[in-house]
Design a protein around this ligand. Structure first.
Ligand SMILES: C[S@@+](CC[C@H](N)C(=O)[O-])C[C@H]1O[C@@H](n2cnc3c(N)ncnc32)[C@H](O)[C@@H]1O
Length: 307
């Protein structure tokens, strides 16, 4: 237990500055929150004693980080949509870009895509606004990993029914823990299996939205990935020879799991937009109606309609 020592010479700010040239401030804060088992705010308002043992522990955490160990695997948690998620080496560390998917779904359901709009709500003239189910929106999160997308949607859309699947037993265990941790334990139904095969035991597996952040890295790119990324599970990253394997399967099979007028929202990798569009358009039952860029201007997500 860390206790206050009046007049202690070294404090949190000493530690924060100690490696400031080597690691980013945000990472120093995450490591210190972990070390002192406190919140970020606590770091700034509470008076923690920093003795030799604490300093050594902090130095060893920083040296692991400099050895390219992802800070979230060291602390065992990651923030996503303002919620706190457990992460282990069984799951991909949730990325800020992926929050785009959650925001898109929330916005589409609020502004007319899936609810009858108020008379003064924005009206879409595109196919985006053609169907309004008069019931709870049903969402499938394929490849759920830590459950970050499914759990965030459950918290932010109390009216939605959410199903999440993954092939990895280890990932599903973490996802279930995350649902409970975020008071959504009874809101998300989890199934294990290879993509849509996971739904064999699901009751009425038809959805208004299928959302998926699939593995999309090309096999050949693995040796060139940052060392931190190579620490993450290969099963969460490997999208096959050209990175597009999962999009092909989703394009082939998703129509069987979509309600009439249902939609698919996919995260995509750098430069994959055209190839992903071509895969879906080749089936003549889909239309790609929106592409969303991330904070760095990279095309990061596509909305696809079942016609
Ligand atoms: C890129 S991660 C996405 C995790 C999480 N949804 C996110 O956005 O951070 C891809 C996930 O797909 C899962 N996965 C890989 N192959 C799969 C398959 N054939 N069927 C279902 N899930 C699979 C991995 O276990 C991993 O959790």
């Amino acid at each position: 237990m860390i206790t206050k020592i009046a007049g202690s010479k070294k404090d949190i700010f000493y530690l924060m500055n100690k490696h400031s040239k080597a690691i980013a401030k945000v990472e120093a804060e995450m490591l210190l929150e972990y070390l002192f088992n406190c919140t970020k705010l606590d770091l700034y308002i509470r008076d923690f004693a920093v003795d030799e043992t604490i300093e050594e522990l902090y130095d060893s955490l920083v040296s692991r980080r400099l050895n390219k160990e992802p800070v979230q695997y060291m602390t065992g948690c990651a923030e996503f949509m303002g919620l706190d998620f457990i992460v282990t080496r069984d799951v991909l560390i949730p990325r800020p870009e992926t929050e785009i998917l959650v925001n898109e779904i929330i916005n589409s359901s609020q502004f007319g895509c899936f609810q009858q709009p108020h008379s003064n709500a924005i009206k879409y003239s595109s196919s985006e606004a053609t169907k309004f189910p008069n019931r709870e929106v049903k969402i499938l999160d394929l490849c759920t990993g830590s459950g970050n997308i499914a759990v965030s949607l459950a918290r932010l859309m109390p009216q939605a029914e959410i199903v999440a699947t993954d092939i990895s037993e280890g990932a599903l265990k973490i996802a279930k823990k995350n649902a409970i941790r975020n008071q959504a334990g009874d809101r998300v139904k989890f199934y294990k299996g290879n993509l849509f095969n996971a739904l064999v035991f699901a009751k009425n597996p038809k959805f208004d939205i299928i959302v998926c952040n699939p593995p999309y890295i090309k096999e050949g790119d693995f040796p060139f990935l940052q060392k931190e990324v190579r620490e993450e599970p290969e099963i969460a990253l490997n999208g096959g020879k050209d990175g597009l394997d999962f999009y092909r399967i989703i394009a082939k099979d998703s129509h069987r799991f979509l309600e009439k007028g249902g939609k698919i929202l996919l995260e995509i990798g750098f430069g994959q937009r055209k190839a992903v569009e071509d895969i879906f358009l080749s089936y003549s039952i889909f239309d790609v109606y929106k592409v969303i860029k991330d904070f760095s201007g990279t095309e990061r997500a596509v909305w696809i309609n079942l016609l």
